[in-house]
Write a protein that binds this ligand. Sequence first.
Ligand code: MG
Length: 163
Amino acid sequence: MRIGIGYDVHAFAEGRALVLGGVSIPHHQGLAGHSDADVAAHAVMDALLGALREGDIGALFPDTDPTWKGADSLELLSQVAALVAERGFRIVDVDTVIACEVPKLAPFRDGMRSALASAMGVVAAQVGVKATTAEGLGFVGREEGVAAYAVALLEEEAQIPGS
Ligand code: MG
């Protein structure tokens, strides 16, 4: 078994779509970033890469590389999930927390679970999504941005003796 943790922050910005956990969420602001700035998907990717001991998304998808400009983070998450399989591991479980003062995320939680799960090739039962506010404290509380935390549990695929 391997565990990994991921954390990411993106600032709110005008004129951007808000995409969290692969779901487009109606809001008057989105998040600034080189890709679609899906902070939840980014935290999940870093949790998976952490468990794999394969660096982080900044190394894998550098924001200096125009290839990833405006990238769909679920597409990047699928690539990370493929790397997990390539390295001989299986995704057992993923859990996330999204810290966000506005908008309310509860109505979108199951949609995010399904979208993240499908990008990783697992079922929604293997993916948790929780939302919390920061009670008005710090950058989240001041509605300046969104933070996301994720943990991932991987299991090494059994080696068949003699193979
Ligand atoms: Mg990010």
